[in-house]
Write a protein that binds this ligand. Structure first.
Ligand code: HT7
Ligand code: ZN
Length: 853
């Protein structure tokens, strides 16, 4: 398996300004005829190389003459004498046999495409790289009964019937685009249709295409789309550019959704929702993903990436944009807490493990493996830092210039930073290291106060640990929003300022600090770092009550819990009293809303606790967390009961306030159950039976599945009986059992893998069972290694069908060096077994072999 390296980038030898595609669609055997207008790019004598993968070549022509092309690996090679040519190919593909779900494939009777990153080459021969931009004309023909709807990018310019039960449609996309944004859909679909009038007064037709039975579940996605369109106009000045915007939902999809120009294709999990079947989190995810894909129209489609190493140019920026959108339409503090939780759960471990890579990676074997939390979420944090340094107005001037300057181009991350600099007049060059240097910076902070001189001095130090291929690290620019809070007054005694730590060490002076100060630092999580603050006893408890920044207040309580959890997980004496006192004060506070309380009192997860330990013993981590949950459940019985009794959340109400109340009630329920299993089981079962919405039903079942109570099996059976015909809800049923905090979970997942409703070829179902189980820290790390064996078997079986999805199950094994020796060895053996398997895909090979290094 050969690696592609960033430094080897060379502009394309040949360009393809125009392409016409003609599809004769059939699930078993589809004919694709392609006509490529080819233009030599620069002065060279290299042949034309067209990428292909699993294509059966029928014929090839150059300027109308049949030719016998050479093959170099999977590439078709043609020597072209002049500077222009018309190259025509005809190939055959088999969508129904395409289990990789890349290229043209079948999902539940629908034919659809997924071309990012390198799927277009599975449809036709083409220079399948993002810096070759073409205007597309598409004709497709199919059986009218089975495929009454025929869609592609751009505008539908003609349609007709063929008389033999077949019909056709012709589509034209006026915007040149890279092949990864090509899309086609054919199926028996119905649309939820609406419209949006843009800021310049153009009416855009909006359609969300689904199976007819799912139409009632598309209202939230449509509302989200219209909100996103209006938000992008208001916040970034970006107007939609076609007269039509189509979204299609399919049940089999490797990722969340795809931003194909004018024809977004979605995993149905990010489209379909109603009160009965979707949780508040599902509704929020739909808003987020619909907005994300829509925002790509500018940050991705109008301006795309020069090469795949620049992936964060579109993904980091678009995640930053979707995060800001969600913050604006919901609760901004809670959204920030959520985003940081995702970053810590998914990206920090990546940065600290064998798969660490830079936001702009240097090499890859399989690009699909680099659609990571580092490229997406750390990439978004990097843009957030630059936006913080610039302030809103200058940031907007920078993005305006970026969109203007690079419209219609394939750009780089450097282009983006340069546009921000030129638009704002601010030098951001120091921040570029965040694109190239992997690893999470570790910052330590210490505040000294002299009551006599009223001077306070903040000492800061940073370091970045080595990561694969990067043994020596340079200091990074770290913007820290910082304030001082009076220990007695509970007020800001030094107003917030932006401290930019640029070197390995720095000291910052504060004058006129009369009161003992509490350090409030990295407010709003202004930099994606691991921060250690040297604090006196009692400081965190006080900050948890009075930090004026909501994120830092949340952080103080989390850190207070974390200190106790780490102490007990390592066998040290842990004083739980300050924690229960602070949790109680948070629950009783009149100043805090329900949503914030829920997030703040949620205990750090087991993987997060494990990240703080030198040697991980999952049993000790589990016991430490359970002990604190029990203590909170017991000590704060009354506070939890009154939180559980909070009213104001009718099931249909999706306002941030109502969602917050449901969240608090459900977090309280889980803690009540930790304190008293019987009371918890009774309450949870009652809630499960009475629930009129999926948030409360799923949360109740989520509590019950970890209990040894008769209500557990009753509720699981009732849930299955009611929802087994709804694939997305059935995914929840699999996932809830795979997440259960019980010793028996490993037996359970083994049984579920043989359940008649388990489908290894459906990515959502596979992720629900195997993906969820891999992150069930205690169960996956079962000391006998059965959890490892289960996931290894799953990965190897899935790899035979869908390498991309299989490869994404590997990361839980990557932390093997950090575990106690017995488990570490078992994990390493699992990785060896994977790497040694016959016929392994390059996707899985890359992830497993790098995890072993
Ligand atoms: N840009 C999209 C990426 C994507 C993808 C990548 C590899 C394989 C399958 C895929 N499906 C979608 C998703 C996004 O970030 O918007
Ligand atoms: Zn994206």
């Amino acid at each position: 398996h050969v690696a592609t390296r960033r430094e080897d980038y060379r502009p394309p030898d040949w360009l393809v300004p125009e392409i016409s595609l003609d599809f004769d669609l059939d699930p078993q055997r589809t004919r694709v005829r392609a006509s490529l207008e080819i233009v030599r790019n620069g002065d060279h004598d290299r042949p034309l190389r067209l990428d292909g993968d699993e294509l059966t070549l029928i014929s090839a022509r150059v300027d109308g003459r049949e030719v016998e092309p050479g093959l170099d690996g999977k590439q078709l090679v043609l020597d072209l004498p002049g500077s222009r040519a018309m190259v025509e190919t005809e190939v055959e593909i088999a969508p129904a046999a395409n289990t990789k779900l890349m290229g043209l494939y079948a999902s539940g009777g629908i034919l659809c495409t997924q071309c990012e990153a390198e799927g277009f080459r599975r449809i036709t021969f083409f220079p399948d790289r993002p810096d070759v931009l073409s205007r597309y004309r598409v004709r497709m023909e199919a059986d009218k009964d089975r495929f009454p709807i025929l869609l592609s990018n751009g505008n539908n310019i003609a349609a007709g019937e063929e008389g033999d039960g077949r019909h056709w449609a012709q589509w034209e996309d006026p915007f040149p685009k890279p092949s990864y944004l090509f899309a086609l859909v054919a199926g028996d679909l119905k649309a939820n249709s609406d419209s949006f009038t843009t800021m310049s007064g153009r009416k855009v037709a909006l359609n969300i295409w689904v199976r007819e039975a799912d139409l009632p579940k598309t209202a939230h996605a449509m509302e989200s789309l219209k909100l996103a369109m209006a938000w992008d106009e208001k916040v970034y000045g970006r107007e939609y550019d076609l007269d039509l915007f189509n979204i299609v939902a399919v049940a089999d999809f490797n990722m969340g959704a795809m931003e194909n120009k004018g024809l977004n294709i979605f995993n149905s999990a990010y489209v379909l929702a109603d009160q009965e079947t979707a949780t508040d989190a599902d509704f929020d995810n739909i808003s987020r993903v619909v907005a994300h894909e829509y925002f790509h129209n500018w940050s991705g489609d109008r301006i795309t990436c020069r090469d795949w190493f620049q992936l964060s140019l579109k993904e980091g920026f678009t995640v930053f944009r979707d995060q800001s959108f969600s913050a604006d339409i919901g609760s901004a503090p809670v959204k920030r807490i959520d985003d940081v939780r995702v970053l810590r759960a998914a990206q920090f471990p990546e940065d600290a493990g064998p798969l660490a890579h830079a936001v702009r990676p240097d090499s890859y074997i399989e690009i699909s493996n680099f659609y990571t939390a580092t490229v997406y979420n750390k990439g978004a944090e990097l843009i957030r830092m630059m936006a913080t340094v610039l302030g809103a107005e200058k940031f907007r001037a920078g993005t305006d210039l970026y969109f203007d300057r690079h419209d219609g181009e394939a750009a780089t991350c450097d282009d983006f930073v340069k546009a921000l600099e030129d638009g704002s007049g601010v030098d951001l060059s120091a921040f570029k290291i965040w694109y190239s240097q992997a690893g999470t910076p570790k910052v330590s902070a210490r505040l000294q106060h002299d009551p006599q001189t009223r001077a306070a001095t903040l000492h800061l130090e940073q370091r970045v640990d080595p990561t694969p291929g990067q043994p020596d690290k340079a200091p990074m620019p770290i913007p820290l929003r910082t304030a001082l809070i009076g220990e007695d007054s509970c007020a800001e005694i030094a107003a917030e300022q932006l401290v930019l730590l640029e070197k390995a060490q720095a000291t910052i002076e504060f004058a006129n600090v009369a009161e003992p100060p509490l350090l409030s630092i990295n407010r709003g999580f202004s930099a994606p770092i691991v921060l250690t603050v040297d604090r006196r006893p009692g400081e965190l408890e006080r900050l948890a009550q009075c930090d004026t920044d909501p994120f830092s207040r949340y952080e103080a309580l989390q850190e207070l819990m974390m200190c106790a959890l780490v102490a007990s997980a390592t066998g040290a004496a842990a004083d739980l009293e300050p924690v229960t006192r602070a949790v109680g004060a948070t629950l009783r506070s009149d100043a805090l809303d329900a949503a914030f309380k829920a997030e703040a009192i949620l205990l750090p997860s087991e993987p997060l606790i494990a990240d703080r330990l030198d040697v991980v013993d999952p049993d000790a981590v589990h016991e430490s967390r359970e002990a604190l949950r029990r203590a909170i459940g017991n000590e704060l019985r009354d506070d939890l009961a009154s939180a559980y009794g909070t009213s104001g959340a009718p099931g249909h109400d999706l306002s941030p306030a109502a969602k917050g109340v449901r969240r608090l009630r459900n977090v309280a329920l889980a803690l009540i159950a930790a304190g008293d299993e019987r009371v918890g089981a009774t309450l949870a079962h009652r809630q499960f039976m009475a629930a009129d919405n999926m948030t409360d039903r799923q949360a109740a079942l989520g509590t019950l599945v970890s209990l040894d109570a008769p209500e557990r099996d009753q509720a699981l059976a009732a849930f299955y009986d009611r929802f087994h015909d709804d694939p997305l809800v059935l995914d929840k049923w699999f996932a809830l059992q795979a997440a259960a905090q019980r010793r028996e979970t490993v037996d359970e997942v083994q049984r579920l893998a043989h359940h008649p409703d388990f489908r290894i070829g459906n990515p959502n179902r596979l992720r629900a069972l195997a993906g969820t189980f891999g992150y069930n820290h205690w169960a996956f790390h079962s000391p006998d290694g059965r959890g490892y064996r289960f996931l290894t078997d799953m990965i190897l079986d899935a790899d035979k069908l869908n390498p991309q999805v299989a490869a994404r199950l590997i990361p839980p094994f990557g932390r093997w060096r950090r575990f106690e020796p017995k488990r570490g060895e078992l994990m390493r053996e699992s990785l060896e077994r994977i790497v040694g398997a016959r016929g392994l895909s390059k996707d899985v090979y890359e992830q497993a072999s790098k995890s072993l290094a």
